[in-house]
Design a protein around this ligand. Structure first.
Ligand code: A3P
Length: 307
């Protein structure tokens, strides 16, 4: 067990010794034994790499741009597998209270019991903590993995923790924990490389946040091809508009606005911000000190050498 500076209690778990909140242990076995379906569609990401943005894109493509269906909250259309394992009791209660029992205190069961097919499942778990059936290849759901520059992910994670997780930490201090791989979900690079090993598997697709920023229609087409869906040029354009930063920020089905407000009312948030925050590439330059940026770059070089 480790107790880090913002007072979350973590355990180091799995082959990669990933630091996870102690509450995760209540769900670890259930996740290991999770019944995967071959037609499931999963998104796997390190936190803050553009998960929500990609989830909405994936769901819309797979559901033939069902704008009516997309009015339902994304967290219920595309649930977060290990969510219940991330919170202490008070926060878990608040999450459930907000979601009106949405996950019924067990996001793993909620995900398992989704009625519609295909099921859509989000996880931030590293490959080493995925259900056995995915790890041993007996089930091959489609998995889309999203990568983002770790310096932007790091900054975004710091804001996220202060906003939603009860942390109270400045950017450089958080970055130190991030490089030491002691923040929630542990090592960014072990996470990416754990999936990168399987990049040539036909059921795995890698996309990047930066590519989505640069040419979103191209990524939409790539994902559509992977999901075996056909989109006209007009549909691609309509979807890109729906997924634009401005539109997602206003979209209450995806922006977590009501949840953030709820936490703020309960005094469980330490930041005056929004979940869909700045949506920029390279913002880290304004928030991290040059020394920490150097450390982050050296740490990155160590991991990616030879890959
Ligand atoms: P920033 O904090 O850098 O703004 P995740 O969903 O994995 O938690 O990632 C959240 C990050 O994705 C946040 O980054 C958020 O603003 C950004 N994001 C969400 N929707 C977006 C969109 N439509 N366009 C660009 N960035 C988006």
């Amino acid at each position: 067990k480790i107790l880090n500076e913002f007072c979350d209690e973590y355990v180091l778990i799995g082959e990669d010794r990933t630091s996870m909140p102690v509450q995760y242990l209540n769900f670890a076995q259930q996740i290991k034994n999770f019944e995967v379906l071959d037609d499931d569609i999963w998104i796997a990401t390190y936190p803050k790499t553009g998960t929500t943005w990609s989830q909405e894109m994936i769901w819309m493509i797979a559901n033939n741009l069902d704008f009516e269906g997309a009015k339902e909250l994304l967290v219920s259309r595309f649930p977060f597998l290990e969510l219940s394992g991330l919170f202490d009791e008070e926060r878990a209660y608040t999450v459930m209270e907000f979601g009106k029992g949405l996950y019924n205190l067990n996001s793993v069961e909620f995900s398992a019991n989704l009625k519609s097919r295909p099921r859509f499942i989000k996880t931030h778990l590293p490959f080493s903590l995925l259900p056995d059936q995915i790890k041993n290849g007996t089930k091959k759901p489609k998995i889309i993995y999203v990568v983002r520059n770790p310096k932007d992910a790091c900054i975004s994670f710091c804001h996220h923790g202060n906003l939603l997780q009860g942390w109270k930490i400045d950017a450089d201090s958080f970055a130190k924990l991030f490089i030491a791989e002691k923040s929630m979900y542990g090592s960014f690079w072990k996470h990416v490389l754990g999936f990168w090993k399987y990049r040539d598997a036909p059921n795995i697709l890698f996309i990047t946040y930066e590519d989505m920023k640069e040419d979103h229609p191209a990524v939409i087409r790539k994902v559509a091809k992977f999901l075996e869906k056909e989109l006209t040029d007009e549909q691609v354009e309509i979807l890109a508009k729906h997924l634009s930063f401005e539109s997602m920020k206003k979209n209450d089905s995806v922006n977590m606005g009501a949840y953030v407000e709820h936490l703020k009312k309960k005094n469980l948030s330490n930041e005056d911000g929004a979940f869909i925050r700045t949506g920029k590439v390279g913002k880290y330059k304004e928030e991290l000190s040059p020394e920490i940026i150097k450390e982050l770059d050296a740490w990155t070089r160590k991991y990616i050498a030879g890959t």
